[in-house]
Structures are given as C-alpha cells and as structure tokens.
Design a protein around this ligand. Sequence first.
Ligand code: NCD
Ligand code: ZN
Length: 342
Amino acid sequence: MKKITIIQPDDWHVHFRDEEMLKLVVPETDKIFGKCIVMPNLVPPITNNSMAIEYQKRIKKYVKKSLKTYLTIYLTENTDEDNLLTAFKEKNVFAVKLYPLGATTNSNFGIKNLESIMSVLSTMETNDIPLLIHGEDTDPKIDIFDREKYFIDRTLSKIVDRFPSLRITLEHITTFDAIDYIKLNKNIVGSITPHHLASNRNDMLVGGIKPHLYCLPILKRKTHQEELIKVAVSGNEKFFLGTDSAPHEIALKENHCGCAGVFNTPYTIQILAQIFENNNALNNFEKFVSIHGSKHYKLPINKNKINLIKKDIPIKFVNKLKINDTEIKIYKPSFDVFWDII
Ligand code: NCD
Ligand code: ZN
C-alpha cells in the first residue's frame, strides 16, 4: 500500500459561521489543519477589533487540538483605520477581506465605491496587512461566468497599480484570466478550492441541477478547471489551498433560491491527494497544501506531520454532518478517491 507523510496542511480561507454551526464545523477543521484564516461574513459581519476579539473567543471554545485561527476584518466603506491598525498590532486580526457589494453570501456591507477605501488600502500597504479579495465584478450587466475576469480588468488592476507593495490574495480563483494575472504581478497570490479543482459547471448542471455544487465564484467550464489543476500541481509558490468551505443548512441549499457555498472540510486533503496523484504530481502536494500559504503569509510552517495511505478500494464519504436540527451536506466529487488520512 502506498503511504505518504506530509507537513500538516493549512486552510487559508474557511467559513465557521456562529453558534450551532460553529460547534459543528470548527472541530472538523481542527482535526486536520494546523492553521486557518477565518472569514468575517457573519450576520452582522466582523468589522472591528472588539467584534474580532469576541468571535475569536467563541471559536476557541471548540478548538481541542492545535488549530491556530487567524481572523479577518470585513472591509466596509466606513472601516475605521485606527481601529484596524490597533486590531492588527494587537494580533486580534490578521488580514482584511474585501467583498464587492452583493458578490456573495452576506456581502451586503461590501464595497461599491473603490475610492472610499483607498486610504485604508494605503495604511494596509504601509503596515504590511494582507488584503484578501473576493474577486468578482457584480455589475448586473456582466454574465455571472465572466465576473472574475471583469473584476481583474476593472478593479484589481487599479488596486495593484496604486498599491504595488500591498500583499494581495485573490481568493478561490476559477479562471485562466486569474492565473495569468497572478503570474504576472509580484505581490499577488491565488488560493484555490478543492471543489474548483475537482468539479466544473457540467457537474453542477448536466442531468439536473445540483444545488450542493452551487458556490461563488460559480464553477466554470472544464478548460478553466484544467488550467487550475495544472497550476495547482505545478509547484508554483504563488498558488495554495484555501478550501472556501462554506457550510449552509441543507434546507437553505435545496431551496427555490438556494444559497451559495460548498462544505468540503472533511475530505479536502484526501480529494487533493487524488488529484495530485492523477496528475503525477504527488511530489508537489505538500507545497500546495502545507508550505506556499505559510510563506506568503510569513507564518511558521507547521511542525506536525500527517500520514495518508492509498487504499485498494475507494474511500466511503460520509454524507452529512448533523447537530440538533442543523444538518449540512459534505462535498463529494464525481470521481473515486483512494487516499485516506490515517
Ligand atoms: C461563501 C459563504 O457561504 O459564506 N459562499 C460561497 O459560495 N463561496 C462566501 C464566499 O466566500 O463567497
Ligand atoms: Zn468564502
């Protein structure tokens, strides 16, 4: 049986939510990952130092192993720069998250007028605070499948021109436009989700609509998926794992207006091992899941290791997580996965 040992991985983009959901999902990340960056799009969003401090306390209640949780502040057009700087210097907040207004789940406090955040971005550049971006242009005239490309052309390029030293992560990238842009620009990196590597829009739409594959940015055509796989397995240090694991109750996904988000934490690493092996790139697996992110974020690489083995028969996926009345569906790709964590 094939076995590999790698440095414990990190998740550079995860949604923990609050209350019951927090209880359900934090332990799943804690079981597998060493470090993670937690998204701030709660209702109401985490927009200042004291909210971040309180949220961190609520998260910590459910961390039983060694998971380090790095919090983000949700950038609004009214973000208080002094408060942000204090939060960053006190290490309550690690990075700032930019959501364009209306781009995704709980983004109705996001940014519409780019000029209104120029001063905060300048402060962030001076103080080396990382900027994390949901890169989609929400202009209603733009086709949903082109939102990422338009965001790069119309918004990201302006930010990068104005703040060339700002460290930016273009999150959950989905297109070759994003890959090309990241390769060409120095201080910008990209995170990639397991579901954008493992699935494409045909998986979501052919033979009936699969609401559990609906996420934002939306799954793209196969040619984009192939480019994402190519760059993820290539060993290029500008690309690394951010699961964008985003739990929603099943009833809200299987709905006449189903919400966006895929919960993938429990099998992310197994799925990625399979993808890397299928592409003869297991030698670059550890870099993508455990090394590149820490380097970009200037954090220590984890000391712990994890072991994976390749089984003779495909692993069985548990379908759901459940606590009291809260049930969430676990992401499963359409191909077999033989790798398991032991
Ligand atoms: C995320 C969520 O549910 O919070 N949804 C998603 O489809 N990815 C938000 C996000 O990261 O866009
Ligand atoms: Zn997300």
